[in-house]
Design a protein around this ligand. Structure first.
Ligand code: MTE
Length: 429
């Protein structure tokens, strides 16, 4: 049944990192912010609007690892990309709203650590916890402690900031660095866990706390011969308190090893790097924090952006994909139903238009889900292919925040946040 009702979106807290980031950088200059693992030069570059161009290291160099991913990766479901695995969109056909765990894409900076829940501890520590001045405050939670706390369940996508990066090159002729994902670095799951707000409340945040930085238990990430330490990225406290989960279940099962077992952070609507897997500790800081993952990586650099780059990436962009292989073949004159999904980090997707003639004419697709924030809307459209030959299928989504996919995405050197309408090649025989 077509669905048109759009539920009212919940009030969004003030989560604009741009203004906060400028403040955070000024605080660093004044000696009031910490930046472990980030060079002084990097921070000065971010600060200096007139600095000379910076040569950026590639963010995702392929790293030799024997078994970077634990789960089976059959080639009909996944494309292997270095330490990562991209879901094939044709494999999502008929899978329902939630991506089955076995089909969910994997993005690993290094390799999946196989941890046990019994040995796992989550340590909250830092100057942003209440305690006597100078006192080293830390609070620990075991797996059972966490499971005993009030739980919530939430459907949300996890999507790599570089999802669709390959189209900057194949569709727009741009040179960008990083893993050449097509559109399969995204998945939707039903996550169950404890609100981070609940755990923070029990740990006792001080009124001066500003940043919260989860860190993974996987190996240190080496880039350009230099260790950047373990994966970690600060979140402003406002977001941490808003809708972030410490998730221990994915689609009704304990988190699979590759997706963060025993516990991961889940940051709805934000770029996937925020959703730190295998979380082992969370720094709660009274000082603003920087890590390579909100300075060198996961900002936009390039001619369309200030010399020092954009603010750290937060919300995901808007995208659409067909549940079809690239180059799929159809019989001329035979009735078809095309299926796809569209999603956005800014609101629910409430409208999708599809073109089956390379972008000349457009028809509204029928929506199969009630549009909701933080997840995708499935859709379909009938099509009777005409004369044999090659053509392109296009889908353009519009979200409740008023964003519509453009024809061309504004490029950035690391190929993040591709949002243009993808031209899906098909052959009619
Ligand atoms: N957390 C840790 N500890 N290590 C990682 O390599 N990758 C991040 C994020 N969390 C990563 C991590 C990135 S870039 C993405 S897109 C998501 O995890 C991918 O989550 P998934 O592998 O469960 O799909």
């Amino acid at each position: 049944m077509p669905v048109s009702a759009v539920p009212p979106s919940r009030p969004a807290p003030r989560l604009d990192e741009t203004a906060y980031d400028r403040r955070r950088l000024r605080q660093w200059l004044a000696g009031d912010a910490r930046a472990d693992g980030v060079s002084r030069r990097r921070l000065l570059t971010l600060l200096a609007a007139t600095a000379t161009a910076t040569v950026l290291p590639a963010p995702h160099p392929a790293r030799a690892a024997d078994t970077p991913i634990v789960k089976p990766l059959p080639p009909e479901w996944f494309v292997r990309r270095g330490t990562n695995a991209e879901t094939r969109w044709e494999a999502l056909r008929g899978t329902g709203h939630h991506t089955p765990n076995e089909l969910f894409f994997v993005r690993n900076h290094t390799a999946t650590p196989v941890l046990t829940a019994d040995d796992w501890r989550l340590r909250l520590w830092g100057s942003g916890l209440r305690g006597a001045p100078g006192e080293d405050r830390a609070v620990e939670f075991g797996y059972d402690d966490l499971r005993a706390l009030p739980a919530v369940t939430r459907t949300a996508f996890v999507e790599c900031a570089g999802n669709g990066r390959g189209y900057y090159t194949s569709q727009q002729g741009e040179t960008v660095s990083g893993t050449s994902w097509t559109l399969g670095a995204v998945g939707v799951a039903r996550w169950r866990g404890v609100p981070l707000a609940e755990v923070l409340r029990r740990a006792g945040p001080a009124s001066r706390a500003v940043d919260v930085q989860p860190r993974g238990l996987d190996a240190e990430y080496v880039s350009g011969g230099e260790s950047l330490g373990r994966v970690r990225r600060p979140l402003p406290l406002a977001k941490a308190l808003h809708d972030v989960l410490l998730a221990y279940e994915m689609n009704g099962e304990p988190l699979p090893y590759d997706h963060g077992y025993p516990v991961r952070v889940l940051v709805p609507s934000w770029v996937g790097i925020a959703s730190v897997k295998w979380v082992g500790d969370i720094e709660v800081s009274a000082q603003p924090l920087f890590s390579p993952w909100n300075t060198t990586f996961y900002r936009l650099f390039g001619s369309a952006y200030p010399q020092q780059g954009s603010a750290p990436l937060t919300r995901q962009t808007i995208k659409s994909a067909f549940e079809l292989a690239s180059g799929a073949t159809f019989r001329a004159g035979q009735d078809q139903v095309l299926h796809g999904r569209s999603w956005s980090g800014a609101g629910a997707v409430a409208r999708v238009d599809v073109s089956t003639d390379g972008g000349t004419s457009w028809r509204p697709a029928r929506l199969h889900d009630r549009p909701r924030a933080d997840t995708w809307t499935r859709w379909s459209i009938p099509w009777k292919p005409g004369a044999p030959g090659t053509t392109h299928l296009l889908a353009r989504a519009t979200d409740t925040a008023g964003r519509t996919q453009p024809d061309v995405a504004v490029p950035n050197t690391q190929g993040y946040l591709f949002d243009a309408v993808m031209r899906h090649p098909v052959t009619v025989v």
